[in-house]
Structure formats: C-alpha cells, structure tokens
Design a protein. Sequence first.
Length: 377
Amino acid sequence: MTCDHPDLLPLEEALQRLWRALPAPSMPELRAERDDPATDRASMDGIALMASEGCAPRHILGTLFAGSNPVAFTVTPGTAVRIMTGAALPRGADAIVPVEQLEPAGECLVPTITPEPGDHVRRQGDQARAGDLLLPAGGPFNAARIALLAQEGQALPPRSRIRVGVASTGDELVPKPAPHQIRDSNGPMLAALAHAMGAEVDLRPALPDQPTALAAALRQPGDIRILLTSGGVSMGEHDHLPAVLRDLGATILFHRIRLKPGKPMLAALLGDLLVLGLPGNPVSAYLNGLLFLGAALARLEGRGAPDPWRRARLSAPVRHKGDRPLLHPCRLLEGCLEPLPGKGSADLVTLARADAFAWIEAPGEEAGTKVRYLMVV
Ligand code: AMP
Ligand code: MG
C-alpha cells in the first residue's frame, strides 16, 4: 500500500474540527425548585391508611386523584381513602395498600397483606430537597434533561428546526438533459436527507460554475444556518468553490479528507453560515452529507455527538487496494453485510439499492470480519 495522500485529514479529525468550530447551546446548572416530590405521594392505585391498624376493615371516606387537594380528608382508625397513583396522601395515612391486595367486606375494604409504614408511598423529598444540585452546568440537552428543565420550571431551549439551504453546482445540471448533460439528482437527495435529519430545508436551483454566481449566492445566503452544496470542490478547472470562499474571507475548517469516496469534502464558516461543500459525485455527496450534516445539526441543536456507526460481519471479502478507508455499499441480510458490486462514487444505482456502507480500513478485508457500517437513511 502506498500513501500518496499524507495531507488528507482523517474523517474523525474532520468531524471533530467541525464539532469544535460550531457554537452549541448547553444545559444551565439545574437545582431543585422544591422538594421532589413536594408532598408524600401514592405510587400505586389503592387505599391510603394507617399501617399500624394492620388488616382491620376500613371504611372508605372518599377518593383522591392525582392533582386532588388532600385537605378534604383525614384518615383516622378504621378509615381509609381511595387513592390514585400520583395523588398526595391525606393527613393520618402513612401507607398505601394496592387495589390488588384488597377484598370487600360489607361496606368496608380489608387488606389481604399486613401494610408497613411507607408502603407504596413516594416520600416528600425522596428524590431531591429544594436547592439540591440536580445537574451541573454544561453538557448537551437531551429529551430527559428537557423534561427535568420543564419539571423545575426552567426556560426551555428553542426547539425550532435548523434551516438548511441545499444548492447543487454545475453547468451540466439541467431539467431536460442532452447527452452531454445530466439532471440534478444531488439537490433532491440532500434535501431529503436534511429533512430526514430534522432540518427545515430550502432546496434552491443549481448554481452555475461561475465564481461570480457562487460568490453572490454565498454573500446573500438568505435565512439559513447551513448551506449544503454539492460539486465544485475538487481539482477540476471549474471547481471554484474553495477559492471563492477564501476570497470572501471564509474560515476553511478543512478541505480534502481521507475517505473513499468523498475525498474533496470541504467545510467552511462564512460569518455564522456553515458551508458544507460536498463532492459532486452522488455517493460521495450522500455519505459526507450523512456524516457531516448529522454532526453539525446535533451540535447546533445542543445534542450530543451522534454515533451513526453499527457493527456487523461481512459475508464476503471486499477487495480494497487503496490507501484511504473505503465506504463500500452492502445489503444487510440476516444481520450480515453482503457487499454489492459497486461501480464507485458516481454509482447512484448501487447507492439506491444499498442498505448500508461498510467501513473497510485495511486492503482486502476478509469475509467473517466484523466491521463498522453506516445505515442508508
Ligand atoms: P464535481 O465535483 O463538480 O467535479 O462533480 C463530480 C461529478 O459529479 C461530475 O460527474 C458531476 O457531473 C457529478 N455531479 C455534480 N453535481 C451533481 C448533481 N447535483 N447531481 C448529479 N451529479 C452531479
Ligand atoms: Mg462540477
């Protein structure tokens, strides 16, 4: 194996660079606003009673539901109150006997087990006392943490979807192609991918291979946070995007990564706008879109870094002679990756037939080897 690309950035480093370059909302310090629970609560549907009275029959005074104010009742010897999960305990009661452990006896109910104080009761402050530290500041939001913010009456992070503009580049892209032209397939593909990842998508007309047109589109990107382009980032004479970005004063986060397909991948910041310059070939555009847009959206939304990788065995060897890690199209059959006879980065047909892409680090990975893979979404 020869290493003719020593300057190429490994994929993981490129992802980390992108991650660090983007601002991320993060959790504030979170303290308990009040005792949790704020009163003794029933954790089962049943009756609230005095445990010291054992299995004596209880006359039922009424019913307390979750949210009922318990001051209406006082449990005294020989009495109990029907109570539903989440309801506050009435004065005098110190245990719950669940419905399943009650039998009727005339007008009364009789426990079939001997209750102990505290049975099926969530005691006031069991979970936390007012002022306790629930979570330190920092770290990503997730659904559970948002629930905790809501419980404590704290401001919630904005949940608006991130707006992503999608614009292909290339003079060859036309709606009714002559033999020397093609239709824009990357635009709809990347718009669908961004939509599936939870972004709000603005699919734009393809841009021509002209520096002035590219510069104009970048200078006035409209109301978007991320611009996903495809094409124009390679070594061809019409691959103007890197130079145009530099001329506009953009910070190039990286350009060219150690990945096959997808080497020309570019990421840049132009003010607040993140430009993900995906390669033009459809398989490269797809794979880099999956990896880099997924990471960028997670970061900007204040989520943790996504880990899209799974592991499975290859059912047949993949011949790989190159020096860059290869993402190879596969079918997933009975939990095994079956390599497809792909024709490279322009092979949209195989991309559309694939379930997954297997990561082939070393040349000539053997059948039976467990490898990591990405699901096609
Ligand atoms: P480029 O990176 O611009 O040199 O493009 C690489 C290859 O991908 C060329 O064969 C392009 O015609 C093709 N390509 C670029 N953009 C698209 C697109 N939006 N849809 C389909 N193929 C494209
Ligand atoms: Mg092009």
